[in-house]
Ligand binder design. Structure first.
Ligand SMILES: [Zn+2]
Length: 384
């Protein structure tokens, strides 16, 4: 199929609720993309919004499944830092593993029993299980992942009872808690997936979901293997339709992410209100396009891209690699090269260099504040 033919194909039915005619959100079709493990991706995707269930989504067709097979077939989490989990940074620049930051924030807000059985769905190399086991050593932990490669690493973690690499419905036993860290955005038909999850859980069990918040992190929409994009209302509605009652729904417990903790009641609420997140998604796409236009104004020979994660790699790909270096605050990434460009720290910057931060200005200003002594120039995208 030619690219033109693919773009002119009418929208597919909603993959969440089967509604026949989701509405198009234009602007993503010709944009370069990035994979969720931070690699450039040059396939093309279009975006729709379902007025029936409220989900902003990518078309899930054979192309999508084929791309996901290729992406997951060589998946390497945190390849920029040799497998170390991504860190979150406070205003003073101190870093903490993202899953530990999330769990500490969660335990500050909601008490959790001292013992129980947890399943982490999409456990990867076990970063959540590791943090959970350290904070709640009385729990028995299990991991589930499509990819079998991390089996031994996960099973060696303290408290881990078992690792499964099978369909969700095949996992044995019953769980007091199920966690999904950056999992549900990869899943077509998320409500059906949550219903299958509910069937594995003890009555009153807890579901913990962490997904990107595209209202504050537009790049979620540019990730090739993310097909479900959540606003807080859509996340809540999805959980309610699957028989869960929210305990906590928070934006920004981890920066640019949504956190939902919900309790299994078994009572489904099909009629729960939907959100018109179409406008928010359209604004996010327009912001990415303006960001790219601003970065293209800077001569490639002086351009440094801030960040080696999703936003930085997306910009690098859209610019077709026409930049001089990356800058990163995470020192485990500094001193390496990424896609042929050196990764430097802010203290390495020189006069005559321009660092472009493809980050909403309100967040970028805090980062620039930490680099105030640098002789380099800093450039920002427009307001989001
Ligand atoms: Zn729908």
């Amino acid at each position: 199929m030619s690219d033109d033919a693919r773009y002119s194909t009418p929208p597919a039915p909603c993959h969440n609720c089967d509604f026949a005619a989701p509405e198009s959100i234009p602007g993503l079709e010709d944009m370069s993309l990035v994979t969720s493990d931070c690699r450039p991706w040059n396939g093309r995707r279009s975006l729709t919004w379902c007025p029936c269930c409220g989900l902003v989504q990518k078309r899930v067709d054979q192309d999508f499944h084929d791309d996901c097979c290729r992406i997951y077939g060589s998946y390497t989490v945190y390849h920029q830092s040799g497998g170390q989990e991504q860190k979150t940074f406070s205003t003073d620049g101190a870093g903490m593993a993202r899953s530990e930051h999330l769990l500490r924030g969660l335990l500050d807000r909601t008490p959790l029993a001292d013992s129980g059985r947890l399943l982490d769905v999409g456990c990867g190399n076990g970063v959540l299980l590791k943090s959970f086991g350290a904070l709640k050593p009385g729990w028995r932990l299990c991991g589930l992942d499509l990819d079998d490669r991390s089996r031994n690493v996960v099973k060696a973690l303290p408290g881990v009872e078992d690792f499964y690499s099978c369909d969700l419905t095949q996992v044995p036993g019953q769980f007091d808690m199920v966690s999904m860290m950056h999992c549900l955005e990869h899943v077509p038909a998320p409500v059906e997936f949550l219903r299958k999850t509910a069937a594995l859980m003890a009555p009153g069990g807890l579901l913990l979901i962490e997904v990107p918040d595209f209202s504050t992190n537009p790049f979620d929409l540019a990730i090739a293997d993310h097909c479900s994009h959540f606003a807080p209302e859509t996340l809540e509605a999805s959980a309610r339709r699957a028989g869960f009652e929210p305990v906590l729904l928070e934006r920004g417990l981890v920066s640019k992410e949504l956190t939902l903790l919900a309790r299994l009641t078994g009572e489904t609420d099909e009629a729960y209100r939907i959100a018109d997140s179409r406008e928010v998604a359209a604004r996010a796409i327009n912001w990415m396009r303006s960001t790219l236009a601003a970065a293209r104004e800077i001569p490639a020979a002086e351009l440094g891209i801030f960040g080696t994660s999703i936003a930085g790699v997306w910009l690098f790909n859209c610019l077709e690699g026409k930049a001089a270096f990356f800058v990163d605050e995470d020192l485990s990434r500094v001193g390496h090269t990424l896609f042929g460009l050196p990764v430097v720290s802010s203290s390495d910057l020189r006069a005559g260099q321009t660092v472009f931060l493809s980050i909403p200005p309100q967040i970028a200003k805090t980062i620039i504040g930490r680099m105030a002594q640098s002789p380099a120039r800093f450039a920002l995208p427009p307001d989001l």
